[in-house]
Design a protein around this ligand. Structure first.
Ligand code: NCD
Ligand code: ZN
Length: 364
């Protein structure tokens, strides 16, 4: 339960000043590698107890050995006292071997498999060209209870980019669930009312993650006064009606919807260029960003379920036992984070909410 000891005497002020909740987990994050990993991993580890780490490195993480080595690099990028646990994922390709995937899952190396339709997003060229073609792998995952995490967009150039999630659901996700009724599926970073309705109406083994940015911005943010690459991510933000549906779902208390930041850092030089990368870096202020949404929706008492309980239950993992505390204190977000030059000559990272002041601050 939420600790409401921070409520001031209602007579003097009705405003919650402090919020203590079970430590949250991030069920979808990109931690990158090398210098960028060292720069960004501490931000995620300072907020979250665990995170599902995306495998879309170059080359992608497809073997248990590569996952274990990557896990060690993540841990080495954190302060010695950190208790953060990276949960590793297998990147599915047309050549994935179901028996090898199952072995990695049973040995505790993988927490889940990630399905990128080939060329749907950053570093997905080696992704799956046809979901139907990997049916044998998926059948094994269904049998052993291994979650399938799906980037749910079709890649057909003839499909309008704003329709790619809805078309994926109809043409690929619904048939997949019909073929594998017992498969645990997380539809990742949902962006549409179509996804909200499909997941709400689906079985208990179907859930979805929601990012902070899709709760805060609609597609206009990318074009406000000019072209703004810092608001470009995939799946791309949609119309306002979709954002409102996502806010309703996230704050509803429905355990099928839980936290996944999709924090996806790209150097400023890779965002502000002729063909800029998709991805929003929200890790440093993620829980503050979600808290603001829940407060605006008058649902702060539901933040803990969304952030710290529903995801763990879906994955069949224990809840974190430690707590975090947010205090109501203006927190200016810098326009640029250069991590003391740790990101080399890539000119740093622009965080989500850059230049804004958030009303909450996470106590260290
Ligand atoms: C992600 C990335 O940069 O790795 N980009 C993004 O816009 N979210 C990939 C992804 O999750 O689609
Ligand atoms: Zn992602």
């Amino acid at each position: 339960m939420l600790d409401l000891s921070g409520w001031l005497d209602r007579a003097s002020s009705p405003t919650l000043q402090q919020l203590t909740l079970r430590r949250p987990d991030d069920w979808h994050v990109h931690l990158r590698d090398g210098a960028l990993l060292k720069a960004v991993a501490p931000a995620t580890a300072s907020q979250f107890g665990r995170a599902i780490v995306m495998p879309n490195l170059n080359p992608p993480i497809t073997t248990p050995a590569a996952a274990q080595a990557y896990r060690q690099r993540i841990l080495a990028a954190l302060p010695a006292e950190s208790r953060f646990q990276p949960l590793m994922t297998a990147y599915l390709t047309d050549a994935s071997d179901g028996a090898a995937i199952a072995r990695g899952f049973n040995e505790g190396v993988w927490a889940a498999c990630k399905l990128y339709p080939a060329n749907a997003t950053t570093n997905s060229a080696a992704g799956v060209s046809s979901i139907e073609a990997i049916t044998p792998v998926i059948a094994i995952m269904e049998r052993i209870g291994m979650p399938l995490l799906i980037h749910g967009e079709v890649t057909d150039a003839n499909i309008d980019i704003f329709d790619r999630e809805a078309v994926f659901i109809e043409n690929h996700l619904a048939p997949l669930l019909a073929r594998h009724p017992g498969l645990k599926v997380v539809l990742e970073h949902i962006t549409t009312i179509d996804a909200v309705e499909f997941v709400s109406g689906g079985p208990d083994n179907l859930a979805a993650t929601i990012t902070p940015h899709h709760l805060h911005i609609n597609r206009n943010a990318m074009f406000a006064g000019g072209l703004r690459p810092d608001f470009y991510c995939l799946p791309v933000a949609k119309r306002e009606l979709h954002r409102l549906a996502l806010r309703a779902a996230a704050t509803s208390g429905n355990p099928k919807f839980f936290l996944g930041t999709d924090s996806a850092p790209h150097q400023r030089s890779a965002k502000e260029t002729a063909c800029g990368c998709a991805g929003i870096f929200n890790a440093p202020y993620a829980i503050e960003s979600y808290a603001l949404v829940f407060e605006q929706e008058k649902a702060l008492e539901r933040l803990e379920g969304f952030a710290s309980e529903f995801g763990a239950r879906f994955y069949g993992l224990p809840l974190n036992s430690d707590k975090i505390t947010l205090v109501r204190e203006p927190q200016p977000v810098p326009k640029l984070l250069d991590f003391q030059g740790a990101t080399g000559d890539g000119a740093g990272l622009v965080p989500f909410h850059a230049g804004e002041t958030l009303p909450w601050r996470l106590l260290p």
